[in-house]
Write a protein that binds this ligand. Structure first.
Ligand code: HEC
Length: 140
């Protein structure tokens, strides 16, 4: 291709490169965050331990053991292991998080989404609900 026709096709080439980049890197890789939504059916799951003080306490212990390393001691998404992750671990003290149903949160920690693991087989149903209760209480 000679120099003249290169400039002629410059716009086409730039558009092609931009499109390739856009398709290769999903927005979460570029912006470091996603909107992870649970399926609607998850909203029907009811927390059997809601407002139960003892399970809240158990949830706290589990959180410190399994989750704080990424989500941070206070749930702000600032845990040591989460610093270099993309997307970054979610801030569990945010309004938008709190507004989700317990069922949606339960579904998320059951199914996981890389880099976050699925806790379906690691934690019992009861433990996952205890965690839901606890992390929903982190918003101050
Ligand atoms: C390896 C680091 C890591 C660990 C450990 C981890 N998470 Fe996550 N978590 C993430 C990341 C990263 C996201 C964001 C995923 C996304 O948005 O694509 C996330 C997202 C979430 C969300 C969704 C937040 C929202 O806004 O809807 C919940 C709920 C959650 N984590 C709970 C937990 C709980 C409970 C534990 C412990 C059992 C845990 N996580 C352990 C990395 C981690």
């Amino acid at each position: 291709m000679n120099k003249k026709s290169f400039w002629k096709f410059r716009k086409v080439i730039i558009a092609f490169i931009a499109l390739t980049i856009a398709l290769t890197f999903p927005s979460e890789k570029v912006f470091g965050q996603t909107s992870w939504t649970a399926p609607k059916s998850a909203n029907n799951l009811k927390n059997p331990y809601k407002n139960d003080k003892a399970s809240l306490q158990k949830g706290k212990t589990l959180y410190k053991q399994y989750c704080a390393i990424c989500h941070g001691e206070k749930g702000k998404g600032d845990g040591m292991a989460g610093m270099s992750l993309k997307p970054r671990p979610a801030n569990l003290t945010k309004e938008a998080f709190f507004k989700q149903t317990d069922g949606a949160v339960f579904w998320k920690l059951t199914e996981g989404k890389p880099p976050m693991a699925a806790y379906k087989t690691v934690l019992t149903k009861e433990q996952r609900w205890q965690l839901v209760s606890y992390i929903k209480s982190l918003r101050k």
